[in-house]
Design a protein around this ligand. Structure first.
Ligand code: SF4
Length: 376
């Protein structure tokens, strides 16, 4: 049985301390160890809530480690397309921590990368992983429990992507993303997962609509933690493909009967989470986004939500985005819009928005001008 601890509330420091002290989460940790904590720092903008890991969770982990005599602590991540972890450290309030706690902040995109052979089936034979993460003695994965347009749910398994170079992170979206995540999880196994379920965006990976969930999960097996998170959000764990592939390759259980869920208290809010419709079903227009990076697709969805509110979307419009635009089927007499450089470079479209990644504001403005018939 894999064990997953869960605690509910809003007193973050106390919640993390109780979770780490219950069970044997830190049993393998020694004071002389080098510890790497990897939060999820997808965006480096001010409204990071629901997308990035809540820094209070990370700070609480740091204080528990310090209390146990651990002094060599690194917090590292690489941000999403169009963002910077270096900037995210500042936006999320980490900047004073090196002085306050004697820790290091590392933008993993600037790290040295080590080639690791992959033994499980999937699109890659080798993956490059940041040396800082591979060289540590104890690796703590601190994701956010939230939605993702392509994988439906993202938690500890997908959070591992931030340890790779940018080109490879982008490359993951051009192949079978679900199997690629399972391959990554096979070469990089966290010693501990502390999943931030305080507030996650449950409709889009780029956020702006965080939902209060008021929970934190802890476990030593990422497949088990992600399976519990999926179940809480209303998904069957085995229906989340990267969880299913990870379980099938022996990385952990997704069968909830093989996971011991250990709540430390009762939920503070009663909320029944229902999975949102897939992004292709949420808009009157057609969206074809095979191989789109998270930022690209997230920004498209955010812009389309605003345009839908304005009544500008219709069934004869096709939005094409992503690294595989050649797979898109366009309507014969409709309007085709190519969003993002990958699609814009390839597509014969009525409108091309060719940035990489295109911002939500740019997509919204240019689409509104085209669909509303106004000059840009
Ligand atoms: S245009 Fe979009 S899909 Fe293409 S590489 Fe840039 S962010 Fe990714």
């Amino acid at each position: 049985m894999s064990r997953v601890g869960i605690i509910y509330g809003t007193e973050v420091r106390e919640m993390v301390r109780r979770l780490l002290e219950a069970g044997d989460s830190l049993a393998g940790l020694h004071p002389g160890d080098r510890v790497v904590i990897k939060p999820n720092l997808v965006v480096s903008r001010r409204d990071w809530r629901g997308v990035n890991t809540d820094p209070r969770v990370v700070e609480a982990i740091v204080t528990v480690l310090k209390d146990r005599g651990v002094s060599d602590i690194v917090i590292g991540d690489g941000s999403g397309m169009g963002y910077s972890a270096t900037k995210a450290f500042t936006e999320c309030g980490y900047a004073a921590w090196p002085q306050r706690y004697g820790i290091r902040l590392v933008d993993l995109e600037r790290d040295r990368f080590v080639d690791k052979p992959v033994a499980v089936p999937g699109p890659f034979t080798h993956l490059q992983i940041a040396a800082t993460v591979l060289d540590c003695d104890f690796f703590i994965d601190v994701p956010v429990v939230k939605a993702h347009s392509q994988t439906r749910l993202t938690c500890s398994l997908k959070n591992l992507k931030g340890t790779m170079p940018r080109s490879l992170k982008t490359g993951f979206h051009g192949v079978d993303l679900h199997r690629a995540i399972a391959q990554l999880a096979s070469v990089l196994r966290p010693d501990l997962v502390v999943a931030d379920g305080l507030q996650g965006d449950l409709t889009s990976e780029t956020g702006r609509t965080p939902v209060a969930m008021e929970m934190i999960l802890v476990g030593d097996n990422p497949v088990a933690v992600d399976s519990v998170a999926a179940d809480i959000l209303g998904y069957r764990p085995e229906a989340i493909k990267h969880i299913a592939h990870s379980a099938a390759t022996g990385l952990g259980p997704c069968d909830l009967d093989r996971i011991a869920l250990e709540p430390l208290n009762a939920p503070t809010i009663r909320r029944h989470f229902t999975p949102p419709p897939h992004y292709t079903e949420r808009f009157p227009c057609d969206i074809q986004a095979e191989g789109a990076c998270c930022t690209c697709l997230g920004n498209v969805i955010f812009a389309l939500e605003r345009l839908k509110e304005e009544g500008l979307l219709a069934a004869n419009q096709t939005i094409v985005a992503g690294q595989r635009p050649h797979t898109a089927i366009r309507k014969k007499n409709g309007l085709t819009v190519a969003v993002g450089r990958c699609a814009a470079d390839w597509c014969e479209a009525h409108l091309r928005i060719g940035a990489c990644p295109p911002t939500a504001g740019l997509i919204q403005r240019r689409l509104a001008a085209a669909l509303g018939g106004q000059a840009e």
